[in-house]
Design a protein around this ligand. Structure first.
Ligand SMILES: [Zn+2]
Length: 167
């Protein structure tokens, strides 16, 4: 495994741990040349079945390029997109299946994107879920508002009760 910083051809494993769901192994490695550390993830192959029926390897980069347009002009950086793509991959891998439909990848994007940026979420959902009327937008915005209000109420109610029932 090449060092991602200096391209040195060798690296030393300093720590290994299996993901909680057992789907992958993370290895912390150190480059003996530049001494920097990086993480590798060893996982079973995950395939995406496209609408055309063609199967391809799951790609975080494809997730990012799919979401990037919805994030134009929003305060969403490359780091945020990389983290989002990682969340999406983890969500899908947690199911422990080797193949998913492209549609399921789209669905897995919705939740983390909503947490990241609500406007980008609305844009993505409107294209992905085929919003074709103002009512569709109103329904989506209504559920975002309800969630926000519930979060505010939970925060206000959290003063006295440590074991809040909101989750
Ligand atoms: Zn290096």
């Amino acid at each position: 495994m090449h060092c991602p910083f200096c391209r040195h051809a060798d690296s030393r494993v300093v720590d290994s741990r299996t993901a909680e769901d057992g789907s992958s192994i993370r290895r912390r490695r150190q480059c003996p040349n530049c001494m920097r550390r990086f993480t590798t993830i060893e996982a079973t192959s995950l395939s995406v079945i496209k609408r055309s029926g063609v199967t391809e390897e799951f790609s975080r980069q494809k997730v990012i390029s799919g979401v990037r347009k919805a994030c134009q002009g929003r305060p969403v950086g490359e780091d945020d997109l990389a983290k989002l793509a990682q969340r999406v991959e983890e969500l899908i891998r947690a199911r422990g299946i080797a193949e998913v439909d492209a549609d399921e990848v789209g669905l897995a994007i919705l939740e983390p994107l909503r947490e990241l940026d609500q406007v980008a979420y609305l844009r993505f959902a409107s294209v992905y879920q085929g919003f074709d009327s103002l009512e569709d937008f109103e329904a989506a915005i209504g559920s975002l508002r309800a969630e926000r209000d519930a979060a505010i109420a939970a925060a206000e109610g959290a003063d006295g009760g440590a074991g809040s029932e909101q989750s």
